[in-house]
Design a protein around this ligand. Sequence first.
Ligand code: NAP
Length: 277
Amino acid sequence: MTIRTTTLPSGEAVPVFGLGTWKMGEAHSRFADEVAALRLGLDLGATLIDTAEMYADAELVVGEAVSGRRDGLFLVSKVLPSNASRAGTVAACERSLKRLGTDSIDLYLLHWRGGTPLAETVAAFEALKATGKIRHWGVSNFDTDDMAELDGVSNDRACQANQVLYNLTRRGIEFDLVPWSRKRSMPIMAYSPVEQGALARNGRLEAIAARHGATPAQIALAWTMREGGVIAIPKAVRAQHVRDNIAALDIVLSAEDLADLDKAFPPPQRKRPLEMI
Ligand SMILES: NC(=O)c1ccc[n+]([C@@H]2O[C@H](COP(=O)([O-])OP(=O)(O)OC[C@H]3O[C@@H](n4cnc5c(N)ncnc54)[C@H](OP(=O)(O)O)[C@@H]3O)[C@@H](O)[C@H]2O)c1
């Protein structure tokens, strides 16, 4: 399957679907299954994988899964705020590159804001770009005020994405962060798009799922990817979940579906602080 794409501020096309990896790499006994799940996703057409230095040995799982097939993939990793100083960011990136078994990360994100001045982290990102160790940089868990502050310390359009919590039960960003990002043509990467599995068990999705011969999790994912500018990155180890998630790209929600979903999961009427998991 060729996965539809959205566009980074740089103009590069990126898929609206990727493979998450949080909770992978935590147990040696599950390593082979996790590698197999990512490889299945790649075999089915996924090309974007999201990971982070924070996720135990998940970068090693990714490195194994992409070994021998790195070309054409889009790897995303993240630096911890506690490592995000000028020198610390470069060192963290070099460790991630080693674990991933690659010489360049496609998109490198600041995982969330910490105590380091943003200008320092941005300077490190720009230095990593100049040496080819990363191709793009972005942020994660940044609310609109953080994005405005980032604007003050980076070149216009330098930041390529903001990865935040977004799913049917976490719609707060639709009030201001989504419109802000759209104006900049900056994709939102939607993390926990099935609310860590909870939306797969949500009874309010069953009737719509039945209309499509789909599962509730697939409806939740199709909803997240319903418009351009959002990249959903569900994590799945079970093969059926990997297959279902990629198949969700084929689900087109009708106006009636969307109205029913708005009733069951109302959009925000006012600013809500950004939620994080
Ligand atoms: N930037 C950040 O701060 C941040 C925070 C959280 C997450 N993330 C990223 O976003 C990714 C996704 O978020 P997440 O892992 O928190 O939660 P998620 O993707 O919403 O949910 C993952 C859970 O849902 C299950 N699942 C997946 N597909 C399913 C399906 N089709 N039907 C039923 N159950 C399904 C998985 O089960 P199995 O694994 O058993 O298949 C797993 O237990 C992470 O892996 C990580 O890469 C980033």
